[in-house]
Design a protein around this ligand. Structure first.
Ligand code: ADP
Ligand code: MG
Length: 334
């Protein structure tokens, strides 16, 4: 069964960025306003994320990394309407099967922080001969998750990573996506051993500031905002997109569905088509699209290895969004 768990975990988490994405979502779900991320060797040696959110109760630590342990579903009805496709209490469990996982956490009414170490879903001693029980330590309110030696238990996977620089680039790109999306939350991301941050966004920065700092002024100066909804199809879409004065060789498409960063090649293609009549041949847009869809309409049974999300009346929703953006583009002076 342990081999099965490792294989399953390795399918959910294919690269370090997939583990980090889950950890960012957990920190944001816990109400954090500050996320500090530390990365070593493209996340293969170390991924550490420190937040200032709710923290985890000491009593919950023993089962934290068992599969299906989640504080986010309390009834069967919740399960039907939950907006977190694929992963339901599986992220930390998966990580504990393929990495060394340490959790240090403090709730605001606990006098101590508690540190626990996990292997294969269970509390484990940090060193042979030590106790597996959570240990009281000094610390600030919030949670620090430390993931070390990712894929140590799947050596063929571990060896398949050629370039830690590529993995770091994927990480920085993902942190940037969440930094743009999570209004009111500050983010830093740093490579271990370097003195300055690779990315740093203040909690009070506006969305435009965030886009400017991450993608540059050329695009931030040429943005239109949009906001469109339709109760027939149970959606609302808002965000920012470049106008006809900006174009780049490859589309930048930041898509969030119900606050999770996901991919949709169908939506991307439709938007590129909308832009084609406004941009010179070969020119592509920047689009940050925040899509809220009635959770009952989202396909939650998508296998977790699939990063693409589908929902009911996809064609109608896409058409409404494209039509709205087209009107906005047509109204911009070029
Ligand atoms: P899920 O997010 O689907 O509930 P996870 O495996 O990602 O499953 O996390 C399991 C549980 O651990 C969460 O439901 C939450 O209660 C707790 N948790 C994880 N990370 C944090 C965090 N940074 N702050 C507070 N609680 C957390
Ligand atoms: Mg989670």
């Amino acid at each position: 069964p342990d081999v099965v768990n490792k294989i399953a975990a390795g399918e959910i988490i294919v690269a370090p960025v997939h583990a980090l994405k889950e950890l960012i979502e957990n920190a944001v779900d816990a109400g954090s306003t500050s996320l500090e991320i530390l990365v070593k060797d493209g996340g293969l040696k170390l991924l550490q994320i420190t937040d200032n959110g709710s923290g985890i109760q000491k009593e919950d630590l023993a089962i934290l990394c068992e599969r299906h342990t989640t504080s986010k579903i309390s009834s069967f009805d919740d399960l039907a309407s939950i907006g977190t496709y694929g992963f339901r209490g599986e992220a930390l469990a998966s990580i504990s099967h393929i990495a060394h996982l340490t959790v240090t956490t403090k709730t605001k009414d606990s006098s101590l922080a508690w540190r626990a170490y996990y292997i294969d879903g269970k509390l484990a001693p940090p060193k042979p001969g030590q106790s597996a029980e959570p240990k009281g330590v000094a610390g600030r309110p919030g949670t620090q998750i430390t993931v070390e030696d990712l894929f140590y238990s799947i050596p063929t996977r571990r060896r398949a990573f050629r370039s830690t620089a590529d993995e770091f680039n994927k990480i920085i790109e993902m942190v940037g996506r969440y930094a743009i999306h999570c209004d009111g939350v500050g983010f830093t991301c740093k490579k271990a051993g370097e003195s300055s941050n690779s990315l740093s966004i203040q909690a009070q920065a506006t969305v435009n500031d965030r886009i400017r700092q991450i993608y540059g002024s050329a695009v931030a100066n040429e943005l239109i905002s949009f906001d469109v909804s339709d109760s027939r199809w149970g959606f609302r879409a808002d965000g920012f997109a470049s106008n006809a004065n900006y174009n780049i060789k490859k589309t930048t498409f930041l898509l969030f569905i119900n606050h999770r960063s996901v991919e949709s090649s169908v939506i991307k293609k439709a938007l590129e088509q909308t832009y084609a009549s406004f941009l010179p041949k070969g020119g592509h847009p920047f689009i940050y699209l925040n899509l809220a869809i009635d959770p009952a309409r989202v396909d939650v049974n998508v296998h977790p290895t699939k990063r693409e999300v589908h929902f009911l009346n996809e064609d109608e929703v896409i058409q409404e969004i494209c039509k709205h953006i087209e009107t906005k583009l047509a109204a911009v002076d070029t």
